[in-house]
Design a protein around this ligand. Structure first.
Ligand code: AMP
Length: 318
């Protein structure tokens, strides 16, 4: 039975999130915004903080607006690891979606200060038990992992660029991961297998015993050991902007695990907890799409999250 998760920020363990904090320009059939807060780590942290305390590791320039810092701080996201480079510009990404919003074309990627990102963890982060490594160079992901002295659960995501051009480095990094979230085309590219079940077995053998293969609006498949669980996508009435949905899914998934203090070691884990984590992931991804950028997270409440979780349960129970 589902139980609402509440946590006490002073008592609970916490999650470290590493990745991009950005400004995004996004165009969807519903409109166009030239510049707004974005970045994978931003979405992951904003989604995860509903479940567990979060510490952010990222880099921005001195153009990063006070109101954006204030939004993250207002959600009690620890910003000791947010490096500000004087005279530098924040990473900028722009993309446009197809009419059905299933395809996205990148129009611009200005790495700016993100190009020299070399994450250094504040002392206060190093003993935290949960680590989510966002989509950055695999060697940097490894370097962060090595700075964490007491980490219990490590995982993250990656993308086709690293799979294709940094394969050896990525395979070395993945050996240390407990979980990996990737989309179906990336799982196929990483494994060389078209069949997703075969692809999952290959990827699990690379390190992460828990694997979530995301399938956009069609949902996701969770693999853990020799078990799997399929979760459909939540049927939204209207999708405004899918940017950050995958990252919000990741935030819900790892946030739930961290908030519950769950370990991914086979012998300690109830598979039902892992299933709940992917449902929370789907729920957070769906909320993200309801408004442009991070807008939905300005008003979203834990009550709304739990209500959608229950609705999800009812829609898929048979
Ligand atoms: P998603 O829609 O979940 O793939 O995430 C989109 C977010 O990823 C946007 O807010 C971008 O700022 C960020 N992003 C885009 N390209 C990159 C990249 N090469 N590295 C890191 N973050 C990126």
């Amino acid at each position: 039975m589902f139980a609402a998760v509440r946590y006490n920020r002073t008592l609970h363990m916490s999650l470290i999130v590493v990745g991009s904090v950005a400004y995004d320009g996004v165009e969807t059939p519903h409109g166009k915004i030239d510049r707004m807060l974005g970045g994978a780590a931003t979405y992951i942290a904003l989604a995860a903080q509903y479940f567990t305390p979060v510490g952010l590791v990222a880099v921005v320039g001195d153009d990063f607006a006070q109101e954006d810092t204030d939004l993250l701080a207002s959600r009690h996201i620890n910003l000791d690891g947010l490096e500000r480079v004087a005279g530098g510009k924040t990473f900028f990404w722009a993309g446009v979606y197809s009419a059905d919003m299933n395809d996205r074309t990148t129009l611009r990627t200005d790495l700016n200060v993100f190009g020299d990102f070399n994450p250094k963890l504040p002392e206060s982060y190093k003993l935290e038990p949960y680590l989510f490594l966002g989509n950055i160079q695999p060697a940097l992901q490894s370097s962060v992992r090595h700075q964490m002295n007491g980490v219990k659960v490590t995982g993250g995501d990656t993308m086709n660029y690293w799979i294709k051009d940094f394969r050896a480095e990525l395979l070395e990094t993945l050996k240390q991961w407990d979980f990996l979230l990737i989309n179906d085309s990336e799982a196929r590219m990483l494994s060389g297998e078209y069949n997703l079940r075969a692809a999952a077995a290959m990827v699990q053998a690379m390190g992460p015993k828990t694997l979530v293969i995301k399938r956009g609006e069609y949902g996701a498949i969770l693999f853990h050991g020799d078990r799997h669980f399929m979760v459909p996508g939540y049927l939204l009435e209207s999708v405004f902007d899918p940017t950050g949905a995958g990252d919000s899914f990741a935030g819900g998934f790892i946030g739930y695990l961290a908030g519950r203090g769950l370990d991914l070691q086979e012998s300690h884990l109830d598979f039902a907890d892992l299933r709940r984590a992917v449902i929370y992931g789907s729920v957070m991804g769906s909320f993200c799409c309801e408004q442009f950028g991070v807008e939905r997270f300005r008003t979203l409440t834990r009550q709304e999250i739990d209500a959608r979780y229950t609705e999800f349960k009812n829609c898929t129970d048979f």
